[in-house]
Write a protein that binds this ligand. Sequence first.
Ligand code: UD1
Ligand code: UDP
Length: 355
Amino acid sequence: MKIVSVVGARPQFIKCAPVSRTIRKHHEEILVHTGQHYDPEMSEVFFEELDIPKPDYNLGIGSGTQGEQTGKMILEIEKVLLKEKPDIVLVYGDTNSTLAGALAATKLHIKVAHVEAGLRSFDRAMPEEINRVITDHISNILFCPTDTAVMNLKNEGITEGVYNVGDVMVDALKYNQKIAEEKSTILQDLNLNPKEFLLATVHRASNTDNIKNLSSIVEAFSDVETTIVFPMHPRTRKYLKEYNLWEKILKNTKVIPPVGYLDMLKLESNARKILTDSGGVQKEAYMLGVPCITLRDNTEWVETVEEGWNILTGADYEKIKHAIENFEGTKRRNEVFGDGNASGKISQKMNSGKT
Ligand code: UD1
Ligand code: UDP
């Protein structure tokens, strides 16, 4: 099979690393980077440390409004697809790069395979939810990470070409956990002792682009005794400055630039608790057995909450503070995200799916 894989944002680089490594043993892959993320610490670092093949095309789209960014991507991806004529276009997750890849392909009658299909937050105010729903409805092969995802698709009438292969982020984590343990020096660099700090990431539009929510999060972080390490997404940095919250956040938190995946795994596994609005970080916290406080009102990763390792606080000051002081994970942890061989199953199933 000739596969064009489309990636563009940080979590997609991490997800594509194990998949590219595996599918290249059995298929031809052309890698397209839309350029949605472009800062070295949001893009290049992952290609380097995870040995992701150099993209065959970098479309250099960059930032923009929803329609502008997605529209420009569709234009440029279409040109690549017309030239490369692949059998399948492979897309990941729920970003604008996902939607653009899927739309450009389906309009050219090229099969679409979606990794991380079937996730739902049931919150249509999130751009990601729109991207997920549309991508799933135009995909031919739907690689679900969980039984919940399969059920969500069934509830929307999608049953053909649906496979629960497990989560490729388990593949990535299992492959890199020991490497991170050995290679990362981030704890020494930041002068941190294991389990004596909290780790925070924030980038979701509902938190960053909303002064009330962002202020409330900053306020809660400022009132905590324990050190909070905060690798900061550029979007969040921009809004903290715009809302005059920059000085305040610096007072009590160790704000650092976004870190590479190996440093992130090291920070996550040694954190006392994790505060986040990231999808991927919620899952990693669960896999590593670290209590997670999710700064959102909903999550698509419901298993992490059901199993007692994740609590939803939204951007509510009192709830965040209470969770930081009191929330602990439970002991029980099942392999709800699969066994770490999602990539192998994806590679095998590339020839299947509805036409
Ligand atoms: C995107 C995804 C989100 C995902 C996140 C992963 C969409 C709609 N959102 O959100 O689902 O969780 O990536 O991190 O696709 N910026 C930079 N440098 C960069 C990239 C971004 O400075 O390399 C700044 C720009 O000001 C930009 C803003 O961050 O406007 C937002 O970037 P964008 O890619 O639009 O969305 P994310 O918030 O990163
Ligand atoms: N991540 C990273 N460095 C950071 C923050 C996150 O390597 O500074 C990793 C994290 O470990 C996870 C992925 O990026 O694997 C999650 O991406 P992100 O939070 O940007 O997006 P989401 O998962 O919410 O779509």
